[in-house]
Design a protein around this ligand. Structure first.
Ligand code: NAD
Length: 335
C-alpha cells in the first residue's frame, strides 16, 4: 500500500479530486488516501490556510494529490500553492500537453511537455511598496535552480524518447536574470548532444506555439513564463479541463492539474475532471504503477474518442460525476 496525502482544495477542487481518487481506485492500485485539506475552506474553519496536519502528512508520505486552491488577489499573503512548492522544493513543474482525440481544437497533433521552474523567479513573491504609487517586485533566478530544471528537462527527454529541448527566455531584455537561466540551460545541453537544443524568446514562442505547436517537444522555462505558456498550450488542446501536472522534487511528488479552483462553476457538478484524472495517471507512473497509469489514459482516450459523454467545456452536457463514472466503466472493460 502506498499512502498518498489527498488535498481536496477549494472551488471545483473537491469535485475533481474525488473524481480522480475514484478513477485511481477503479484501476485497483494499492493506494491508501490520507485526506487533509488546505486553502480557503480550511481557513474559514481553522483560521489557517495550511494546517499542521497537512505538513505532517506530506512530510511522512512524500506523495500528495492536490485539488486547486483559491488565492485571493492582492490581499497581502502568499499563495498557498507557491508556499507548498517552495517548502517542499518541488523544483520541476511538469505539464504534458497532448492533443486528445475527439476534442474540438485548432490542432490535433500536439505532443509537448512544459518544464516550468517552480521555486523562484517573480513567483518568489518578493514585492513591496517603495512609496505610495510605486511598487517593486524582485525576480530571483539562481544558477542552482536553473541548472536543476534544465537537468530535469534533458533527463526527462532521454528517458521519454523526446528529441528536442527548447529553452524559453527574455534574455534580450532581462540580460542578467534570464541571461543566467539560458547560460545554465546551454551548459546542461552540452552534456546531452543526442538531444537537439534551441532557445526561443518568450514573445516569439507564444506566436510560434499558436501557429506551429507541432514543432515543439520539451520546453524549459522560468516560473512566470511557464505559468503563462502552460495556459496558452492548454488552450491549444481544448482548454484547462484537460491538462495535467506534477510538482516534482528530489524525493517528493505533488500532483495537480494546471487549472485553478474555477469559482464560476464550483459546486455545480460541471467541472471537467480529466485534467485532474490525468494528473492521477502521472502519480501512478511516479509510484511505478505504469500499467495502471496507462489504463487511466486509455480509458480517458476511449471516452473522448467515443464523444458521447463530454462535459460542458468540451461542448457536451455530461456532469463531473457522469464522465467520472464513464471513465471508471472504461477501466473496468480493460480488466
Ligand atoms: P481557473 O483555472 O480556475 O479558471 C479559468 C477558466 O477555466 C474559468 O472559466 C473556469 O471555469 C475554467 N476551468 C478551469 N478548470 C476547469 C475545469 N476543470 N473544467 C471546466 N472548466 C474549467 O483560473 P482563475 O479563474 O484565474 O483562478 C481561480 C482561482 O484558482 C484563483 O484563486 C487562482 O489563484 C487559483 N489557481 C489555483 C491553482 C492551483 O491550485 N494550482 C492554479 C491556478 C489558479
Amino acid at each position: 500500500m502506498v499512502k498518498v496525502t489527498l488535498i481536496p482544495g477549494d472551488g471545483i477542487g473537491p469535485e475533481v479530486a474525488y473524481a480522480t481518487r475514484d478513477v485511481i481506485d477503479a484501476t485497483g492500485a494499492q493506494i491508501e488516501w490520507e485526506e487533509v485539506n488546505a486553502g480557503e475552506t480550511v481557513y474559514k474553519e481553522k483560521g489557517t490556510f495550511i494546517p499542521d496536519e497537512l505538513i505532517e502528512s506530506i512530510n511522512k508520505n512524500r506523495i500528495a494529490f492536490k485539488g486547486p486552491i483559491t488565492t485571493p488577489v492582492g490581499k497581502g499573503f502568499k499563495s498557498i500553492n507557491v508556499t507548498l512548492r517552495q517548502k517542499y522544493k518541488t523544483y520541476a513543474n511538469v505539464r504534458p500537453v497532448k492533443s486528445i482525440p475527439g476534442v474540438k481544437s485548432p490542432f490535433n497533433n500536439i505532443d509537448l511537455v512544459i518544464m516550468r521552474e517552480n521555486t523562484e523567479d517573480l513567483y518568489a513573491g518578493i514585492e513591496h511598496e517603495v512609496t505610495e504609487g510605486v511598487t517593486e517586485a524582485i525576480k530571483v533566478i539562481t544558477e542552482e535552480a536553473s541548472t536543476k530544471i534544465a537537468e530535469f528537462a534533458f533527463k526527462y527527454a532521454i528517458e521519454n524518447g523526446r528529441k528536442k529541448v527548447t529553452a524559453v527566455h527574455k534574455a534580450n531584455i532581462m540580460k542578467i536574470t534570464d541571461g543566467l537561466f539560458i547560460r545554465c540551460a546551454r551548459k546542461v545541453a552540452e552534456k546531452y548532444p543526442q538531444i537537439e537544443y534551441e532557445e526561443v524568446i518568450v514573445d516569439n514562442m507564444c506566436m510560434q506555439l499558436v501557429m506551429y505547436p507541432e514543432k515543439y517537444d520539451v520546453l524549459v522555462l522560468p516560473n512566470l513564463y511557464g505559468d503563462i505558456v502552460s495556459d496558452l498550450c492548454a488552450g491549444l488542446v481544448g482548454g484547462l479541463g484537460l491538462v495535467p501536472g506534477a510538482n516534482i522534487g528530489d524525493d517528493i511528488g505533488i500532483f495537480e492539474a494546471v487549472h485553478g479552483s474555477a469559482p464560476d462553476i464550483a459546486g455545480q457538478n460541471l467541472a471537467n475532471p480529466i485534467a485532474c484524472i490525468l494528473s492521477g495517471a502521472m502519480l501512478l507512473d511516479y509510484i511505478g504503477e505504469k500499467e495502471k497509469a496507462q489504463m487511466v489514459r486509455k480509458a480517458v482516450w476511449a471516452v473522448m474518442e467515443e464523444g458521447k459523454v463530454k462535459t460542458r467545456d468540451l461542448g457536451g452536457t455530461a456532469s463531473t460525476k457522469e464522465i467520472t463514472a464513464e471513465i471508471c466503466r472504461q477501466i473496468s472493460l480493460q480488466k
